[in-house]
Design a protein around this ligand. Structure first.
Ligand code: NPG
Length: 406
């Protein structure tokens, strides 16, 4: 391991019974730039790409057929760093979407970094904190700076995070289908490919029967979980309790994002463990959720929480409080997929994540594809994100490109 160590105080915070004092979580995360490599931003490219999905992906909030992603490329005097913004084309998963992310990066985030001068990734979140919201936009900027910083230092993201594995078990997220036979065929295909865990997207009218069918067909040994993406209310708790007999690993985000109390009440009414996704927007929100008993598991998505450094803190916080975590996915290209694999390789990530092979979504990616090997995805080892963008491919899928200078 290189001498360049992560500078993320406050990773291991145990919530005391009074810990609704979640402030301790973020206060401890005060930034110190000592020992870090500073990044000088000569310019930043904002690039939009459009990638077709291999099949439509239907969730309770909509159907995706194309990935419209914003990529951030930080240019430094002697190198570069890439970031991927996970905001979707429309504000259906959360309030952010790709156009607003690009706008806020251009108009508000980059000017703050440029005005500050040389930066480290560890300082980015604090510098951008006065701008309210926009965690996915902020995460992409921080990621680009972090990649540039680590490439310069010759250190991989996995090492920086303190990862302990060189490969991660790969779970697959299965969209809502038109029929049960179609679902069973699809799951069968993924299991034959080697995926070690299956997550079924659910919504009212597509919940108990698909779960029953998959359990009956593939047996009790299958690691199975469901994801509602906020599609239910507490009034649906009787229906959700019907999932209890199927021995699911968890049910993800059944209730609306801001219904923390509702999740805590639901946890008393069903036996399937509750995992929060949309509700956990920061380490502070994670501390609240844990203290309230609103979840037993956390899905960590770096974009949703404002960046990989906050994601890393949430993992440590959860582990210190006995909660398992796993790494979510948002249809990332190879850039974000590689970074997710590095995060998922950290010791706190004890459940298989949504870090699937590139071909789960894309016939052709903008980086060399991540492939399934014995149900696992290899963690990149090169400096920074450890993935290289394929120049021929990225130019072909680019729909716009702008360069912002200090
Ligand atoms: O493997 O990248 C993946 C997709 C995993 O189901 C997945 N993501 O709600 O977690 C989710 C969902 C999602 C996809 C959310 C796209 C937002 C956008």
């Amino acid at each position: 391991m290189a001498g360049h160590q992560p500078c993320l105080p406050g990773w291991c915070v145990r919530i005391t019974p009074a810990a609704a004092d979640a402030a301790t979580v973020t206060q401890d995360a005060s930034v110190t730039e000592k020992g870090q490599d500073f990044v000088k931003l000569s310019a930043v490219e904002l690039r939009r790409i459009s990638l077709p999905l291999v099949t439509p992906f239907r969730t309770s909030f909509g159907t995706e057929t194309t990935k419209d992603a914003l990529l951030v490329r930080a240019l430094t005097p002697d190198g570069e760093g890439w970031g991927e913004c996970v905001a979707m084309a429309e504000p259906l998963y959360s309030s952010e979407y790709a156009d607003t992310a690009q706008d806020v990066v251009r108009r508000f985030l980059l000017p703050r970094l440029f005005a500050h001068g040389d930066v480290t990734a560890g300082a980015v979140a604090q510098l951008l904190a006065p701008i309210k919201g926009h965690p996915m936009a902020k995460a992409a900027v921080e990621m680009a700076v972090l990649d540039a910083e680590l490439r310069h230092a010759g250190q991989s993201l996995a090492t920086y995070f303190g990862a302990t594995r060189d490969r991660v078990p790969s779970g697959v997220s299965v969209g809502i289908m038109g029929s049960i036979p179609e679902l069973l065929d699809t799951v069968d295909g993924y299991l034959s490919a080697g995926y070690v865990r299956v997550k079924l997207k659910i919504e009212p009218g597509w919940d108990v029967e698909p779960v029953r069918a998959v359990r009956e067909r593939f047996g009790d040994g299958l690691l199975l979980q469901v994801d509602a993406n906020t599609a239910y209310t507490l009034g649906d708790s009787r229906q959700l309790a019907k999932l209890d007999p199927f021995d699911l690993l968890l049910i993800e985000q059944p209730l609306p994002e801001d219904d923390m109390r509702g999740h805590a009440e639901l946890a008393r009414r069903i036996t399937t463990p509750i995992c929060l996704d949309e509700s956990v927007t920061s380490a502070r929100a994670a501390a609240d959720a844990i203290a309230l008993g609103a979840c037993q598991v956390i899905n960590i998505k770096p974009g949703r929480v404002g960046g990989y450094l906050e994601a890393r803190r949430i993992a440590a916080l959860a582990a210190a409080n006995g909660l398992p975590v796993w790494c979510g996915g948002m249809l990332e290209t190879g850039i974000g997929r590689g970074a997710n694999a590095a995060l998922a390789a950290c010791p706190e990530f004890t459940l298989p994540g949504d870090v699937s092979a590139s071909d789960r979504f894309y016939a052709r990616d903008i980086t060399p594809p991540f492939v399934l090997d014995d149900g696992h995805i290899a963690v990149p080892t090169g400096p920074g994100l450890g993935v290289d963008v394929l120049p021929g491919v990225i130019d072909e899928v680019t729909t716009s490109l702008e360069t912002i200078r200090p």
